[in-house]
Design a protein around this ligand. Sequence first.
Ligand code: DAH
Length: 384
Amino acid sequence: MYTVPKLKSFSAAALDKAVEKLLAALKQEAASAKNEADWKIFRDRWMARKNGVLTEINDLWLKAAPKEAKREVGQRVNELKATVTQTVDKSRPGTATAVSRADLSVKASLGTVVATAAGPDALDITLPGIRRPLGSEHPVIKTMHEIVSVFRNLGYSVQEGPVIETDYYNFEALNFPPNHPARDTQDTLFIAGQEAKPQRERLLLRTHTSPVQIRTMEKMKPPVRIVIPGKVHRNDPPDASHSPMFHQVEGLAVDTNITFCDLKGTLDHAMKALFGSSVKTSFRPSFFPFTEPSAEMMVSCFICGGSGKRGSEPCRPCKQTGWIEILGCGMVDPNVYGFVDYDPRKVSGFAFGMGADRIAILKYGVHDIQLFFNGDVRFLEQFG
Ligand code: DAH
């Protein structure tokens, strides 16, 4: 097996000889890579960043060359890189070249001009080129954009924040005191090895987009009207309806005299814009540490029209209830204003947060959230 020698001399003649040997080895090894597995070994032997032949000639020839020879050696090393890359590409079993050879030999057997003019090893320029497939928006991102644009049309602006967050922003400033049981509702992934830090500085993967409410109010005086799209993580094992990574869109409006009526009116409008003007909304009491009062909002099922049935079959998405739980919301708890230096006697506001993946699942009738994230192009293409 060929190994890259150290060079004793960097003269043109010595370089010629070394290059010649290397190319002979390359040609011979390329020819014996007959199947995909062999070809991969061949490719890695020559091109692997660590210990590949190309890396070695860089180290043993170029780096070792004396100053006066650097230019000459550099040129040769560059040429060798191009030749090796091309040879590796071309020798892959089942590539266009291999096909074109077979193609040409058929033509040759018919005695056509192509084979005699071009020769069996020539590139067949009559083959169609490789078309780069066009990408399209991922269905979850598309859904997030739709939600965001509904609120942008109402005059909201967009804010984003870090996915790796401190305990302070993810919990404490949102009125989850240290060790409070409300923290247990959000199974949190903590970054390891931070025991030495005070609790509020410890890093975690944010479990919701709500910390961006705090980050925004810290830097902006009221009035505030924002939407916050983003990625969040929880320690939920993956199944058809759970993923340790998912997406939320959060909203916050703070001003003088904002009431629960504003919350209801805004969210009712948003749901009609997203799911069609015939959907109804309904609120029921809930609890979040950072809102008081808190509510869960339901929309009438836009799949069965609220009847709970699809023909004679039960409607699955709404579990036959005619309603789908779509988001959490409430009036910003006055304690939260204390953390951002807003005066709770002067301002009031509402907030809401929804799961974008869940909404995409309902909108597109997808039965498994994992399909969004395992990167199967056959699934994703359907949304193009
Ligand atoms: N952050 C909550 C969660 O992830 C959702 C939420 C509820 C956000 C109520 C809000 C809100 O802004 O007001 O479970």
